[in-house]
Design a protein around this ligand. Sequence first.
Ligand SMILES: [Zn+2]
Length: 257
Amino acid sequence: MMLDNGRVKHIVGEKAEYLVFPELEKYPELGVAFAIRGAKGYHYEPISPEVDYSGIASELGIRVEDLVMPFQAHTDVVAEYDDAVREFKDTDGLVTAKCGAVLCTKVADCISLLMYDPIRHAIANIHSGWRGTLQKIAQNGLRKMVAEYGTRTSDLICVICPSIRQDHFEVDQDVYGEFAKAYPEIINEITIRKNNKYYIDTVRCNTWLLERAGVKMENIIDSVLCTVCHKDLINSYRGNIEGEKHFRNLALIWLKD
Ligand SMILES: [Zn+2]
């Protein structure tokens, strides 16, 4: 089965399997991909000798040594990548205007937000899981781009990678309560209540943050893919068969040299 749906093109390469986003192909200076299960798993830590990134790198025409991976920790911290700094502790988002640096996040149900400012030629890669969504890390990503590059949010294009969707994001009262506190304006819109369980639309939380900050609705490209529904093809934490290793997908964005 393939995951093509108009917004997403599913590529089965010889060395890796990944998704690309046709609406971004009009920017030849930009590289964007989302490596999935067929690309083998990626561990949580950036530096794990047993993980081989050469397959996906060679498929995409990039170099393994150009991959920049923060130590994700479900924070709201977004940092700027420049040549001097390569190690990012407790960081869940990166921005850069440097060509060649491939910003990465690893997710297995969490949302990766990939942003491109085609006017200022700057990019962002933000890990927004449900904890990051509660802390509104998307907002911090936008602020960072505005502060570092003078980005106008109305110029930004934003991809929402495959993630756990409302149909599978079942939570109890405590987590629902946290969302009600963080998102009182839209709590009814983002919640379905069924048999004393709550189903939260974390994608809507993120698109709401983006739209409220000035990102145009038509510039938000949602993959519309649920990782749990497609656990046979995309790494999923909740969808994993018990006992199986928890692998992650790799979201990559870069400005070509
Ligand atoms: Zn689902």
